[in-house]
Design a protein around this ligand. Sequence first.
Ligand SMILES: NC(=O)c1ccc[n+]([C@@H]2O[C@H](COP(=O)([O-])OP(=O)(O)OC[C@H]3O[C@@H](n4cnc5c(N)ncnc54)[C@H](OP(=O)(O)O)[C@@H]3O)[C@@H](O)[C@H]2O)c1
Length: 243
Amino acid sequence: MTGASSGIGAEVARRLAEQGFKVIAVARRAEELSKLAAEATRGEIISAPGDVTDRAAMRDLVERIEREHGAIALAFLNVGTYFPDSDDDLGGDGFRKTFAVNLDGTVNLIGPLVRAMKVRGRGQIAVNSSVAGYGGLPQSIAYSSSKSALIVMCEALKFDLDKLGITIQIVCPGFVKTPLTDKNDFPMPFLISVEEAGARILDGFQNGGFEIAFPKRMAWLLKFINLLPYSAYFWLVGKTTGR
Ligand SMILES: NC(=O)c1ccc[n+]([C@@H]2O[C@H](COP(=O)([O-])OP(=O)(O)OC[C@H]3O[C@@H](n4cnc5c(N)ncnc54)[C@H](OP(=O)(O)O)[C@@H]3O)[C@@H](O)[C@H]2O)c1
C-alpha cells in the first residue's frame, strides 16, 4: 500500500490489518508509518519508508517484499498529491510534482507488480484516482489530468491483465476529509469521513468490480455532467464552481 502514512491510505491499512492481512505500508514519513504499525492489534502493518517517485527503489521494494514476506496478494496504489494551480506557473514545479507523484508514482510500482503476479497467474491491483479524473475541473489542471490518465491507464491495462488472471481496479472517491482536503478553501459537496471511504474501498476490494466510486451521488452526478455536450459541461461546471 502506497500513501499509507495518513488519510485514506492509513485508514485502509488499519482495516486490512484488522481483517488479518500483513500490510506493507509505504510513504516518506517513517515516524508516521511506525505509529501506524504500532496501532495494529490484529494482522500486521510493516513500515517501509520510501519515495514512490524513485523508480529503482520501488522496483527493489516489490522484489524485497516478495522475497521476505511472500507473494503480494493485493496492491493498493493509493499515493497522490494536490497543489492548487498557479496562474503564473502553469507547467511549473507544483504541476510537475503532481504528475511525478500521481502518475509516475503509480507506474513505478505497476510494472514490477505485474511481472511478479503474472508468473503466478493471480493478484489484485487497485489504483486510487478520483472523480476529478472524469473530466477537467477548475483549479485542478494538473490534478484532474493526472487522475484522468490513471483511469484511462487502468482501462487499457484491464484487457491484458484479465488474460493474465490479475484483477485491476480503479478507485474514484469524491471529497473525503483528510489532510489533503483540509487545505481546500472552497466548498466540498458530499464530503464524507475517512472511515466511510475506508469501508467503501474494502467492500470494493472484496467485490472485485472494475470501478470503486463513492459517494454514489457525487460519482453519478459527475459521470452525468461528463456525458453532456461540451457547451453545457463548461457552462454548468463554471456556474457551480463560480469560475
Ligand atoms: N481526500 C479526498 O477527497 C480524495 C478524493 C479523491 C481521491 N483522493 C486520492 O486519495 C489518495 C490519498 O489521499 P488522501 O486524501 O488520503 O491524502 P493524504 O492524507 O495527503 O495522503 C497522501 C499520502 O501520500 C503519501 N505521499 C505523498 N507523496 C509521496 C511520495 N513521493 N512517496 C511516497 N508517498 C507519498 C503521503 O505520505 P508522506 O507525506 O509520508 O510521503 C500520504 O501518506 C490520493 O491519491 C488522492 O488523490 C483523495
